[in-house]
Design a protein around this ligand. Structure first.
Ligand code: FAD
Length: 421
């Protein structure tokens, strides 16, 4: 059972080409949403730009995610302001609130074949407490003029085709995409505009000499004035060059075969992307072909893989009991970069260099925006345009222990929940 997105992407990308030593304006490490969006912006501005990706475009979180193009972070606006302060907090809330517009406009203008559906998302109350949280979240949204709608139990059931939820919060700014196809599409357009993109080009060493960055892929040396590290949870550089230390959380997904029109008739007729209010959350959506995709925290390739698969089988029947015989045909997982306060970071670790990471599970719209603005900020040497103020360094402690703890919690939760469903 493999990654659905790899098997179904309508954007077919091949960026493998021999890499030679050369000089460029901007060098980007990492070919996910952040790196590809940055390459696109730099190429649009007429700069010489090179992107190096150690595996394939979209190999990291960008090719493994749920595909929910959300407006904003997981954190409610008041929490963002309590962490960043009023000015910075409001700036970030507003920038991320309109970030889905950026994503959907890039898709439309460039005809990226990534099955965009902009019918919003539904945050679904899994309990009475969950509903109270949604009411509070709705009220906060009103203070920030977010166009959210609180939906009662009956209407939620009509929208989802499942009676399991107490109600939901609809965000019309959001939507769903095929995430890998979107990422490949960004890279394709960047390349058409002149960006040089290299796959299977693992950066092993970076140093600065005489004001120029020198980035090495084996013995090949790329010199650049500006450097952007966009490796997020998949950063694979030796310790000395890893900018930022944070923990990671696995998230797994399970997809069915395409459901027939009879089976599909009541399930998500509006194709909203959904996730619930549980602490260890689960998500569900349908894809373009009518497959149901269910996800939750945990590593479907790790020691708890049978527990997570068992959870998914039970969850499918719990949500949609009228699908007793449907099985999963695809299963995959990916790593999410979590920061302590769940706010993404931009680190200005040296002059003319930025590193972006820590989207904490919300990287499609934020990654697109952060990549674009980082490229602009570097090329114009004006960091004031960034959506969050750049910091000089970011290091958390006990990250490995936190990562192990999250997986243990997911395994425990999914085995307990499977017993109860
Ligand atoms: C399972 C899952 C579900 C998610 N669901 C959603 C969702 O529904 N909505 C949402 O908004 N966000 C979601 N996210 C988060 C989102 O996918 C990420 O935040 C986003 O993909 C980060 O993009 P990125 O470009 O910064 O990093 P990535 O996409 O991880 O890209 C980093 C790239 O850097 C490359 N790299 C690393 N080291 C090197 C090196 N030394 N040399 C060259 N290249 C290197 C890697 O191979 C990788 O391709 C999800 C994440 C996961 C894992």
């Amino acid at each position: 059972m493999s990654n659905l997105w790899e098997n179904t992407s309508k954007e077919k990308a091949n960026f493998s080409q021999p890499l030679k030593s050369q000089t460029t304006d901007l060098l980007i490490v990492g070919g996910g949403f952040t790196g590809c969006s940055a390459a696109l912006e730099a190429a649009k501005q007429g700069a010489n730009v090179i992107l190096l990706e150690c595996a394939n475009i979209g190999f990291g979180g960008s090719g493994r995610n749920v595909g929910l193009v959300n407006a904003g972070l997981w954190l409610p606006p008041k929490t963002i302001i309590s962490i960043l302060g009023k000015k910075q907090g409001e700036h970030l809330i507003s920038a991320l609130g309109s970030a889905p517009d950026l994503v959907f406009s890039i898709i439309e203008e460039n005809k990226i074949k990534c099955d965009p559906e902009r019918n919003g998302t539904l945050h679904c109350a899994h309990s009475e407490n969950g509903m109270e949280y949604l009411i509070e979240r709705f009220e906060q949204g009103q203070l920030f003029e977010e166009p959210l709608a609180l939906i009662d139990k009956t209407e939620t059931e009509n929208k989802i085709g499942s009676a399991k939820f107490m109600g939901s919060l609809h965000d019309p700014r959001a939507g769903t995409i095929h995430p890998l196809a979107y990422c490949r599409g960004l890279a394709r357009i960047a390349k058409e505009l002149g960006a040089k993109i290299y796959e299977k080009a693992k950066v092993s060493r970076i140093r600065k000499q005489n004001g120029m960055w020198q980035t090495y892929v084996q013995d090949v040396e790329i010199k650049s004035k500006y450097l952007l590290l966009a490796m997020n949870a998949y950063q694979d550089l030796d310790k000395a060059h890893n900018i930022g230390k944070f923990s990671t959380v696995y998230y797994s997904q399970f997809a069915t075969r395409p459901l027939n029109s009879n089976e599909m008739s009541t399930i998500l007729p509006g194709k909203e992307g959904c996730w619930d209010t549980a602490t260890i959350m689960s998500s569900f959506r349908v894809d373009d072909a009518g497959r149901l995709i269910i996800g939750t925290m945990g590593n479907s390739e790790g020691f708890g893989k049978y527990i997570h698969l068992n959870w998914a089988n039970k969850k499918l029947k719990d949500l949609f009991p009228f699908l007793p015989d449907v099985e999963f045909t695809h299963r995959w997982s990916g790593k999410i970069a979590m920061t302590r306060d769940h706010i993404p970071k931009i680190v200005n670790f040296e002059e003319n260099a930025l590193s972006c990471f820590g989207y904490s599970g919300r990287g499609i719209a934020p990654g697109t925006l952060f990549g674009k603005t980082c490229a602009s900020a570097l090329l114009t040497e004006n960091l004031s345009m960034l959506p969050v103020s750049a910091i000089l360094q970011y290091k958390e402690s006990f990250t490995r222990q936190k990562t192990t703890f999250y997986e243990m919690a997911a395994v425990a939760n999914n085995s307990l929940k499977s017993l109860r469903m």
